[in-house]
Design a protein around this ligand. Structure first.
Ligand SMILES: Cc1cc2nc3c(=O)[nH]c(=O)nc-3n(C[C@H](O)[C@H](O)[C@H](O)COP(=O)(O)OP(=O)(O)OC[C@H]3O[C@@H](n4cnc5c(N)ncnc54)[C@H](O)[C@@H]3O)c2cc1C
Length: 387
């Protein structure tokens, strides 16, 4: 038999849809436990794992639904992956098109497109404003079935019992580097996108940037002028999206795709032409070249046998979803070994939802403007399930 968690006192006022204006949710938080209160086992109706933008969007709708929930996040501070992005990074779109549900992101004075620190401030304020019960830092290790049809969530701060779970752990904590012959032999420095902060760290150096996505293009452009030379290599020829496609347009294209009407984003290109990338490309300073075959002790070796001596390789080769905690559940997998989903719901287990990992968990769900739509859907399905 399922054991119901304590019923919430009264649902907070619900803002009208679509919540594009500044909305305040007032009322007593429904969380039954204060952060780091440590009874042997805590119970909630819904547990959210991950307190980045996706976890907060889920929290917003869970609060609106009047469900009893908690958010567990392993970071020390609010902001998710945005806390770690490089200094020059700017959003793809103006603040007004980078908002989570309820509370529009304010403009950043002096910037058309805000920087990562501004997003961290926004997310910090967002979770305070909606009194989201985020417990931090709490590392979730594993989720198991219980005999009563619930889920037991093991963390480094005790266990939780829940009836439904939203996993919103992102990709940032699982950097991916492809296996390349000679990788261990290279005598220079190798870092992943995740470790890149500023071009000054590469002043006067010869740097290879690997990867034909947004990070590769942006980091290669960022290094120009300070590095001695930059070689940007990609597996396929790099494809910039048309200049007019920013984050807002990406969201609109993804929305049209939901209705099966219009092109796929990947049909149009891979890289958002943010101003520094566009400027570097127009000046002829940012040309991608084919990927090298191997690394040698001094640098990459290309197909024609030439070796380019280098001081550093920056792997902008992406991430994998951080989903190890769900492994004990043995959820059914589908394409590319991903957990098979119907929208955000795991196909083989209606108690589990995956939020924010990319298009396979909802169109544009990995963006600030897009994750709200999928969060709302996930919470609607969970509400129905718990009814
Ligand atoms: C270079 C770059 C530029 C981008 N630009 C934009 C942009 O302009 N606009 C836009 O909308 N999006 C942009 N994005 C995408 C956006 O930043 C990410 O998709 C977003 O941060 C993902 O949010 P999330 O909440 O899913 O994951 P995260 O922000 O990674 O949050 C997940 C949280 O869960 C925690 N966590 C992970 N595992 C566990 C665990 N086992 N237990 C407990 N906690 C855990 C993590 O530490 C983290 O705090 C960009 C991304 C990159 C890489």
């Amino acid at each position: 038999m399922l054991t119901a968690a304590a019923a919430p006192t009264r649902p907070p006022p619900v803002p009208a849809e679509p919540p594009r204006r500044d909305v305040t949710i007032t009322g007593t938080p429904t969380t039954p436990t204060a952060p780091h209160q440590t009874p042997a086992r805590r119970r909630v109706q819904v547990l959210v794992i991950g307190g980045g933008q996706a976890g907060l969007a889920a929290g917003y709708y869970l609060r609106r639904a009047g469900l009893d929930f908690a958010v567990l996040d392993n970071a020390e501070a609010p902001g998710g992956a945005w806390q770690d992005y490089w200094e020059s990074l700017r959003l793809f779109s103006p603040a007004a098109y980078s908002s989570l549900p309820g509370r529009p992101m304010p403009n950043q004075p002096g910037h058309d497109a805000p920087d990562a620190a501004h997003v961290v401030d926004y997310l910090t304020e967002y979770e305070k404003r909606y009194e989201l019960p985020v417990h931090r830092p709490v590392q979730v290790h594993a989720v198991h079935d219980t005999d009563d049809g619930g889920l037991l969530v093991h963390t480094d701060d005790g266990t939780w019992h829940t009836r439904a779970l939203i996993s919103a752990t992102g990709n940032w904590t699982r950097p991916f580097v492809p296996a390349v012959p000679g990788q261990q032999l290279f005598g220079g420095r190798q870092i992943h996108t995740r470790g890149y902060r500023r071009p000054e760290d590469f002043t006067g150096q010869r740097v290879v940037v690997v990867g034909g996505g947004n990070s590769g293009a942006q980091i290669a452009a960022d290094l120009l002028g300070l590095a001695d030379s930059v070689r940007w290599v990609t597996r396929r020829p790099a494809r910039l999206l048309p200049d007019e496609i920013d984050g807002r347009a990406l969201f609109e294209i993804a929305t049209r795709r939901v209705q099966d009407d219009g092109p796929r984003i990947s049909d149009l290109g891979d890289i958002v032409a943010v101003p520094p990338v566009r400027a570097a490309r127009a000046a002829g300073l940012l040309d991608d070249q084919p990927m090298f075959d191997a690394l040698t002790p001094v640098g990459p070796r290309f197909r024609d046998g030439s070796i380019w001596p280098a001081d550093a390789v920056i792997w902008c080769t992406g991430f994998r979803p951080a989903l190890a905690h769900l492994a004990p559940l043995g959820l059914r997998t589908g394409e590319r070994d991903r957990i098979a989903t119907a929208g955000t719901r795991a196909q083989s287990d209606p108690r589990i939802h995956l939020l924010g990992y990319g298009d396979w968990t909802g169109p544009a769900s990995a963006t600030l403007i897009g994750v709200g739509r999928t969060a709302r859907q996930a919470v609607a399905e969970i509400t129905e399930l718990l009814r």
